[in-house]
Each structure stands twice: as C-alpha cells, then as structure tokens.
Design a protein around this ligand. Structure first.
Ligand code: SF4
Length: 275
C-alpha cells in the first residue's frame, strides 16, 4: 500500500470512528448473495417494531402491504448495517457531527441544519437539504415549502412538534442545486444514525433525493410514490416534496392520499373542521 492510499484509508477510518464505528468485518454471506445468480427471495416479514412511543401501534391486520419488488441498485453500504447504539441520543449524534467540514458544502453554509422535533416521534419526515431560509435559521422546512409541510402535518391531526423533520444533507448546496452523490454519501450516515436513534414507526420521504437515499435506488419517485417499504423496523413511504407541490398544485390530491395511508397506519384522525 503506498503512502497516499494509507493516508486516505487513515482519514476514512477516522471518519468512521467519528461515527462511532470501531469494528469491521466481512459479511461473506451478504457478499455471496450479491454474486451473479438468481435474486434472493424477497423479505416477507417486517423487522421487529421499535419500542413503544406516544401513538398506539396498529393491529397486525391493519398493517399496510409492503412493497418488496423495488430493485436495490446500490450495494448496501457499511452504514446500512449500523444498528442503534443503545442509549444514544440525538444530541450525541449532533455532537459527533460538530462543525462539520467533511464535504465541500460546508464552505457555503451559514448554519448546519441538523433536524428538529420530537426525538421519540412516531413519524419522521425526511427532505432533501436546506434552502435559503433554512440555512439562515438552522432549522429544516421553515420557508414556503415548510409552511406547506406544516399544513400537511396539521391536516393529519398532528402538530409540528409531534413529528421529527430532517434532511438527507445538512448544509445548503450552492444555488439550491441537487446534492452530488459524494455529498450524499458523506452526509447521509448522520441521517441513518438519527433515524436509528428515533426509531419511528413511519418515515415519509419527501421527494426523489430522500427516497432514493433511504431506499438505495436510482429509480425515480414516480415509480414507487405512495407504496410502503420496510426500512429497518420502520415503514417507509415516499411522496412528493412540498416544494414540488408549490410548483405543481395539481399533485396535492396524490400527496394527500399518501398521507392518509400514513394516518391510517398510525391511527390518526384529521382534526375537526373549523366552523
Ligand atoms: S453537508 Fe453534511 S457532510 Fe457536508 S459539510 Fe455539511 S454536515 Fe458535513
């Protein structure tokens, strides 16, 4: 191994160490299953549900049908096997993130946008990344799209404080461009860690980037919007991003249908209509 490779490897190991990963192993079985050949049997059972939180857990009969056919195009990363570290808190994950300079996006940010809301939430919304208002305030979904998300949450019979809201990347990309693959790869482990700590019943991905990152697919959201997936003991559903709805209000009924599925799963009822 030459010195450059050794240095890169050392930097990568320091990064894993920051994330609390201290041991590595080769998953021979998983490697074998990724070898060319017939595809593995689809997963039939959801993982065990996380510890009980504030909302009642629906009876088995009402659990949604889970889609098992979406092809996973990316090999599982090291972080995808990262289990919750018992007793870890969101504050500790935030502390590890620190004043992060792990990717180029740190150069243009005003504030890191880590996430906000109930650390024991049954429902987590995951967006793409901060925009201008979020960058200035250090909070996710506080601009126009955020106001629409708030309305969506209230229409579900919840308050913003009841749920947790975060993004795939924590720093605003220049000119609000889409995050690059390497930026997502560098930042998303912190999202995975946040979700592992919260252990929600449902994760709702808002838009393509969030859905593709959590499901590990390159497929467009239009192929699987509104379908249920298993995600590490949670159920996951992808729907359109509120910013997309601001540009395409005709898509609102589709999103409302998706949210109604989530409400049904969580046993939520819409608030009484104001007179
Ligand atoms: S986007 Fe994420 S990885 Fe990149 S600098 Fe910001 S916090 Fe760090």
């Amino acid at each position: 191994m030459n010195s450059e490779t050794r240095e890169k490897l050392a930097a990568r190991l320091r990064y894993y160490n920051d994330l609390g990963l201290g041991a590595f192993y080769i998953d021979r079985q998983s490697r074998a299953s990724r070898a060319p050949g017939p595809p593995p049997a689809p997963q039939q059972q959801a993982k065990a549900a996380p510890a009980s939180t504030s909302l009642p857990r629906p009876a088995l009969a009402s659990r949604p049908v889970v889609n098992t056919v979406l092809p996973v195009l990316q090999a599982p990363s090291l972080f995808e096997s990262l289990d919750r570290i018992e007793g870890e808190t969101l504050e500790q994950v935030r502390e590890v993130l620190g004043e992060c300079t792990r990717c180029r996006l740190h150069k243009g940010r005003t504030k890191i946008v880590f996430g906000v809301g109930n650390p024991r939430a049954d429902l987590v919304f995951v967006g793409e990344g901060p925009g201008h208002d979020e960058d200035v305030q250090g909070l996710p979904f506080v601009g126009r799209a955020g106001q629409l998300l708030n309305q969506m949450i209230e229409a579900m019979g919840l308050r913003r404080d009841d749920v947790y809201i975060c993004n795939v990347i924590k720093c605003r990309p220049p000119e609000n461009r889409n995050p690059e693959k390497d930026e997502i790869a560098t930042c998303s482990p912190f999202l995975f860690r946040q979700l592992a700590v919260i252990g929600p019943k449902v994760v709702v991905c808002l838009g393509n980037i969030a859905a593709q990152t959590l499901l590990g697919t390159h497929k467009s959201i239009s192929h699987f919007r509104g379908q249920w997936f298993d995600f590490r003991g949670s159920r996951l559903l992808a729907t359109y991003h509120p910013a997309y709805l601001l540009r395409n209000p005709n898509a609102k009924p589709e999103v409302w249908k998706d949210l109604q599925k989530v409400m049904s799963f969580l046993g939520l009822k819409p608030p009484p209509k104001k007179r």
